[in-house]
Design a binder for this molecule. Structure first.
Ligand code: FMN
Length: 189
């Protein structure tokens, strides 16, 4: 159960398949008692990997193209190995995780991880409204099959204010990829 005072942070989770190939996906994670909680909806490749391998790397990045690119299958990042970690070229920091406990659920299990290692690579540059707008649109794109398309387009119109006022090149690009995905969605034709 989540407490109302427990914030959710949107990060990139890198898991590994049985062959050691990395898989990246955005997840909203929670932190509780020095542990990291990840709750993937079934079915999920990340969930399969996390349960099978019992480890992951959390990447904190302000390059929102990674969130959009991971969702639409556009590989716009470079990952490098640093000991046990998979690190994005744009990572500000990362943490390696080891699975400790699983709270099983048919729809959405919760996985509890211990943090093995934390590294900071760059400083936080400050809040950017366009980055937030891209994250919000990415969440909507991940729910295209669940939400009415009219609602998504209405929210998109509001979010676009922050894009037009505060986006840089990376945010424009990510926004465009997500907007194309929405335009191509069958129910929006
Ligand atoms: C910002 C953001 C946060 C997300 N958080 C979650 C989450 O907490 N749980 C989840 O199941 N999916 C979440 N998603 C959707 C997954 O990233 C997406 O479904 C992804 O494809 C995971 O599936 P996979 O593990 O099969 O790749 C989120 C998407 C975005 C853009």
């Amino acid at each position: 159960m989540s407490s109302p005072r427990e914030p959710i942070f949107e990060l990139i989770v890198v898991s590994e398949d049985a062959q050691g190939n990395p898989h990246i996906a955005p997840f909203g994670i929670r932190r509780r008692n020095h542990q990291v909680l990840i709750a993937p909806y079934r079915p999920s490749t990340s969930l399969d990997n996390l349960l099978q391998q019992g480890r992951a790397t959390l990447n904190m990045t302000d390059d929102v193209r990674v969130f959009a690119g991971a969702l639409i299958g556009h590989e716009c990042w470079t990952l490098k190995r640093d000991n046990q970690a998979w690190v994005l070229d744009s990572a500000l920091s990362y943490q390696t995780l080891k699975l400790q406990q699983v709270e099983d659920d048919e729809l959405r299990p919760t996985l509890y991880f211990d943090v093995l290692e934390s590294k900071t690579l760059s400083a936080f540059a400050g809040y950017n409204r366009a980055q937030n707008a891209v994250i919000e649109l990415a969440v909507l794109v991940s729910r295209l099959h669940l939400l009415p398309i009219a609602q998504i387009k209405q929210e998109m119109q509001y979010l676009h204010n922050a894009i037009s006022k505060t986006a840089g090149e990376r945010e424009w690009q990510a926004w465009q990829w997500l907007a194309e995905k929405i335009a191509q969605y069958p129910e929006s034709r």
